[in-house]
Design a protein around this ligand. Sequence first.
Ligand SMILES: [Zn+2]
Length: 127
Amino acid sequence: MQARCPRCGAPIKGVYRVGKRSNTYYVAVHMDGTQHYLGPLHYKYGTRTNKIVVRGAIDVNRELKYMEEITKAITEERLGREDVINALEEIMKATAELITTATQKYPETTAALTPWIEYMSRIIQSQ
Ligand SMILES: [Zn+2]
């Protein structure tokens, strides 16, 4: 299978490391020789002041890792009652949006999502 650029989806020759003094960065080289910058694995300075590890486009699963780390930060860390309620509100809105998008774009996912939707409904009804 032809490798694809994580940023634009174009076929690529490869992903190459570019060493800078402060960090290692990555670039995707397209078949025509043009490049897309993919950033480092972890942004050192961005990560320092966050509860999550800020990742470059080289990590194609970074959004899922962010969701996990954000959830962990919200449940374990310094957030108070109002913050938790706001976070839950955002999570529920995002979940509804993801379910709507997934079932419209990929109707076959409905069967896989239905048990989770029922699980969430049971939790909400038991409150
Ligand atoms: Zn690209």
